[in-house]
Design a protein around this ligand. Structure first.
Ligand SMILES: NC(=O)c1ccc[n+]([C@@H]2O[C@H](COP(=O)([O-])OP(=O)(O)OC[C@H]3O[C@@H](n4cnc5c(N)ncnc54)[C@H](O)[C@@H]3O)[C@@H](O)[C@H]2O)c1
Length: 281
């Protein structure tokens, strides 16, 4: 399919990967509506640096279902009638706490990250799929469309979604959930002509990592990746996302972008390497 003239909602579009995907879509003549946490003034100022006419901002938290539903209605009014084609759901959090061996200290983080990353993914997919379908007559769910492609949703999981390493004890399982949600959504939305794919990057140079976590991950990639043994750039993730959007045969697929990194246990060694990890996330 061609991106030109089609509109995409990008959650977390003020962030590193979301912002990069926005720039790629805009360069191909598409329209983007960014949902993120910034104030309307801050967010609008940011997305207008992506494109003066074809980039819009709406403040919405992905863990707030009613706000998301309202944001989807607002988005439909901003873009040309019938042009909403998809979503790239990049919004997520990765809270960190100093390493300790008491697991119960992670319970509060788990509740928080589960709500944004897992519940948020389900809610974003549901509202955006409904918004895409609202542009068409309601002819019931079981009318498979062979030719009319209505849209595509891309969710972002992570290389640590499976297997989940110890240092990602709260974040990792929420990304496992993202893969499950994508699979269920792909099966549910197929008859509507909407595809759903997942991208699982390893470590990306981005704000979610924070500067203090990067050196630890660099050493992990150097030890565990096949090639290249380095942190990836947002552009290397964005181009994978664009491929999944443009190729109409790509559906229900998890694209790993990880230099062949298959993760590693954090404890198998003569010295406990967990002492190298700055934090649990
Ligand atoms: N950076 C990495 O190493 C890495 C690796 C694997 C997967 N990922 C995933 O890639 C995606 C993008 O991450 P990134 O690296 O661009 O991070 P980022 O921090 O640069 O961007 C995340 C964006 O999401 C927004 N956000 C956070 N909570 C939100 C909420 N409740 N509602 C709406 N927006 C919210 C933030 O404001 C930010 O703009 C995330 O899903 C992340 O888990 C990142």
């Amino acid at each position: 399919m061609k991106i030109e003239g089609k509109a995409f909602i990008i959650t977390g579009g003020c962030g590193s990967i979301g912002g990069e995907v926005a720039r790629h879509i805009l360069a191909k003549g598409g329209i983007v509506v960014i949902f993120d946490l910034q104030s309307p003034e801050e967010g609008t100022a940011k997305v207008k640096t992506y494109h003066e006419e074809r980039a819009f901002f709406i403040q919405a938290s992905v863990d707030n279902s009613s706000r998301l539903e309202a944001a989807c209605s607002e988005a439909l009014k901003l873009i040309p009638k019938g042009s909403l084609f998809g979503a790239i759901h990049t919004a997520a959090i990765a809270p960190g706490r100093k390493w300790s061996n008491r697991l119960k200290d992670s319970i509060n983080d788990f509740e928080k990250v589960l709500r944004v990353n897992a519940y948020g993914t389900f809610t974003v997919n549901a509202h955006i799929a409904d918004a895409i379908n609202s542009q068409y007559p309601d002819d019931g769910p079981f009318a498979p469309r062979e030719t009319e492609e209505r849209g595509v949703i891309i969710n972002i999981a992570s290389a640590v979604a499976h297997p989940v390493p110890a240092r990602c004890i709260t974040y990792g399982p929420t990304k496992t959930a993202v893969i499950g949600i994508s699979q269920g959504m792909a099966d549910f939305l197929g008859p509507y002509g909407i595809r759903v794919n997942t991208v699982s990057p390893a470590v990306v140079a981005s704000s979610i990592m924070g500067p203090d976590r990067i050196p630890y991950f660099v050493s992990e990639l150097e030890a565990g990746a096949i090639y290249p043994r380095r942190v990836s750039q947002p552009d290397e993730v964005a181009t994978g996302i664009i491929f999944l959007i443009e190729n109409s045969m790509m559906n229900d697929y998890e694209l790993r972008i990880d230099g062949g990194w298959r993760g590693s246990s954090n404890w198998a060694g003569p010295k406990d390497p967990r002492s190298n990890a700055l934090s649990l996330e």
